[in-house]
Design a protein around this ligand. Structure first.
Ligand code: KG4
Length: 334
C-alpha cells in the first residue's frame, strides 16, 4: 500500500510517501522559520498563507522523490488536529480535495498519535505496551500506548508546554526563534547548576506538568541581574533552565512507566530532539532497568512520515473521512 501523508498543524508544511506502515520513500518539510523569526513566535495568519503557497510544491516534491504519481497512491493521510486551525485547514482540505477528485480513500490523523507512534519509523521498534512522553511546542503529556490506535493519557501540562517554555525563554533573552535549538546550543556552554531554578513536581505521585513558574523564575532572575547592573550570564541561564525542564520530564516519565509496570519508554515531539533530554532519558532508563526508544530528530519535530504511519493503522481500523469532516484544534486524546 502506498500512502501520501500531509502535515500542516503548525508552521511546517510537510508531505511524505510511505510504503505500507514503515518504509519512508520520501519525507519533505518546508519550514517557515524565516517568516516568523522577526516576530519571535508564530503568527497564525502568516502561517496559513505560507501553507497555501507551499502545499502543492511540497506534495509534488514528495511524490517525485518517491518516484510515484497520484495515480499510484492507495491512501491519503492528513493531520486533522490538534494545532492552529487555519494551518490545519490548508493541509486537511487539500488532502480531502485531492482524495475526492482522484477517488482515493482519505483518513484524518491526530497529530499526537503521530508523535506517539513515530518511533515505529525506526528499525529498532518497541513492543506494546510502552510509556510515551510527547513533548512539543503545544503539548507535554505522558501516555500509555497499548496498541497502534490505543492511547491512554496519564498526565499533561497544566499550563505551558515545555517547547513553549523554551521559546519564551529564548524570546526573553532575545536569542531568536524557534527557541529550543538556540537555548540548547547555548546551554552546552553553560553550567546547569549555576542557578537553582525550581522544578514543579506538583504532588508526589502527579504525572502532570507545570512550566509557567519556571518561566517566571527565569524572567525574575534576568530582571534582578539587570536591576543590579550585573551581567546576564546567558549560557548559565540556558543550561540551568534546560536542566530544570529535563529533570522533570525524565523523572515523571520514569515514574509513569514504573506505576504501569512498563519495561519500555518512548519519547516524541519537537523537544525530544533536545540532546540533554535524549541523553538523560537514556541514562536514567538504563539505571532503572527500562529500555528507552528515542526517534531520530527528524521524526521528533513535525513531519508527515509519522502521520502516514498513524494513518495506515487508523485506516486499517476502518477510519476514513469525507469532504464534510472538520479539522479540530484540541486533541480528543489529550
Ligand atoms: O513537535 P514540534 O516540531 O511542533 C509542535 O509544537 O507540534 O515542536 C516544536 C517545539 C518548539 O517549541 C521548539 O522550540 C522545540 O520543539 N524544540 C526544541 C529543540 N528542537 C525543537 N526544544 C528543545 N531543544 C531542542 N533541540
Amino acid at each position: 500500500m502506498l500512502i501520501l501523508a500531509i502535515e500542516s498543524s503548525c508552521d511546517d508544511t510537510a508531505a511524505a510517501v510511505l510504503e505500507d506502515n514503515h518504509r519512508v520513500l520520501s519525507n519533505v518539510i518546508s519550514s517557515q522559520f524565516d517568516v516568523h523569526a522577526k516576530y519571535g513566535g508564530i503568527v497564525p495568519e502568516l502561517a496559513s498563507r505560507c501553507h497555501i503557497e507551499a502545499i502543492w510544491p511540497v506534495v509534488s516534491e514528495a511524490l517525485a522523490t518517491a518516484e510515484v504519481s497520484l495515480a499510484d497512491i492507495d491512501l491519503i493521510a492528513a493531520t486533522r488536529g490538534p494545532g492552529l486551525v487555519g494551518s490545519l485547514l490548508v493541509g486537511f482540505t487539500f488532502a480531502k480535495a485531492v482524495a475526492l477528485v482522484n477517488n482515493i480513500p482519505c483518513t484524518g490523523v491526530d497529530h499526537m498519535a503521530g508523535h506517539l507512534l513515530a518511533i515505529m519509523l525506526e528499525e529498532n521498534r518497541p513492543d506494546f505496551p510502552y510509556t510515551a512522553l510527547v513533548v512539543s511546542g503545544g503539548n507535554t503529556s505522558i501516555f500509555t500506548v497499548t496498541g497502534t490506535t490505543k492511547f491512554i493519557l496519564q498526565g499533561r501540562t497544566r499550563d505551558d508546554a515545555a517547547g513553549e517554555a523554551f521559546d519564551k525563554v529564548a524570546k526573553l533573552l532575545d536569542l531568536g526563534y524557534p527557541g529550543g535549538p538556540v537555548v540548547s546550543d547555548l546551554a552546552e556552554k553553560g553550567n546547569p547548576k549555576a542557578i537553582a531554578f525550581p522544578r514543579a513536581w506538583l504532588a508526589d505521585d502527579s504525572l502532570d506538568f507545570s512550566f509557567s513558574g519556571l518561566k517566571t523564575s527565569v524572567v525574575n532572575h534576568v530582571n534582578r541581574c539587570r536591576q543590579k547592573g550585573e551581567p546576564v550570564a546567558f549560557a548559565d541561564i540556558c543550561a540551568s533552565f534546560e536542566q530544570a525542564v529535563v529533570d522533570v520530564l525524565v523523572e515523571k516519565t520514569i515514574l509513569a512507566a514504573k506505576n504501569c509496570g512498563h519495561k519500555r519508554v518512548v519519547i516524541g515531539g519537537g523537544v525530544a530532539a533536545n540532546k540533554k533530554l535524549r541523553n538523560q532519558m537514556a541514562e536514567r532508563c538504563r539505571e532503572e532497568g527500562l529500555d528507552s526508544f528515542i526517534p531520530s530528530p527528524v521524526f521528533c519535530t513535525d513531519n508527515a512520515a509519522m502521520i502516514g504511519l498513524a494513518g495506515y493503522y487508523q485506516f486499517a481500523g476502518g477510519a476514513t473521512v469525507g469532504p464534510d469532516t472538520d479539522a479540530y484544534s484540541r486533541s480528543p486524546l489529550n
